[in-house]
Ligand binder design. Sequence first.
Ligand SMILES: NC(=O)CC[C@H](N)C(=O)O
Length: 404
Amino acid sequence: MFARRLINLPRLSRGLATHAGPVTTSTPAVLHLKTGQSFTGRSFGAPISIFGETVFSTSITSYTESMTDPSYRGQILVFTTPLIGNYGVPYNKTAVDSQDVGVLLESQGVQCSAIVVADVAEKFSHHTAVESLASWCKRFGVPGITGVDTRAITRLLRDQGTTLGRLAIGSDAFSPAPMAHEFWNPSSENLVAQVSTKVPYQLNPTGDVKIAVLDFGAKANILRALVRRGAAVTVLPWNYDFNSIRDQYDGLFLTNGPGDPAKCMDAALKLRTTLQEWNKPVFGICMGHQIIGVAAGLDAYRMTFGNRGHNQPVLALATSGSITAGRVYVTSQNHQYALKLQDPFPEGWEPFFINCNDSSVEGIKSTPESGKKVWGVQFHPESAGGPLDTIEVRSYGILWSYAC
Ligand SMILES: NC(=O)CC[C@H](N)C(=O)O
């Protein structure tokens, strides 16, 4: 597959590996926060003004993966790492066949609404790079602001919590900040319905284990991870009635996705029936984990500023598969909501991981006595980008448990 991917890369990708030249303009840009603060800088990317939910990520690398993750839909993403864009953007297409999801990054295009960086790289250099971060943003209609104090913005977001924002570009930058009621709130919409597949499709149909995937806004690497382990994958819209076809499958997977899990109650109620009546493996990541938790009887809540970055430590509370109770794993995360830790847990369920920084629930599983094989993790074991500590979670999630 690797060789095929190289063959399919266009010549362009090698010819333009390094670029020198200005990527910013002198066009002014202002980031307004609903809480009243404004930050003035310079514009890059698309010269358009937008609203969004302002969040910060502590990831040092993988801006391309983060920005193409559908879970960032509607968000103005502040990078705490000062220099962003220095390795450019790779060609985002791979071979299109039934075994490949067709993209190198996490989806076809940029998903976040805007980005905020201290210092956008004027030069980029990487052997896979075909364009600058600024030109990529421009092509996808995504504005950026550079030259702002991202440390100050991050401190505000940590203290005040995730805040609605507006990135005003060009002449809009000279207009007064919007009134509090004018800020658009992406969480008021069903973002999952916007990013989920509209029609079912298959990957690797000749695979030996048949997995149905409920798509809440899947990162491509989740689908790759299943296909590479030999699964025949059927991707279904987020609210598809899986119970009507479940007999055809060996396992069910629920993906990550943007926004408030409360917007996906329909899926959680259908899943409750699945969990009651079906004993095959079910596994979920991030939004998928939250939906499993809600279906199991737990509550989800909105965190103050969420967890976003590739350096989030989680403590395992149970031993299962390659995971050992008492060990800490470094994980990749991107979430604003979490499941409430309650005591006791609903019957048949137990906490699996807990966050070492804020004690939020990072994983749940069915108990051994329940006779079920159900797991959910709040973090991203598929690690694109991010550390590989929990990489095996994805195997035992469905395929390992099926094989055992
Ligand atoms: N990455 C995700 O799936 C995010 C889950 C959910 N939308 C949240 O923000 O908590």
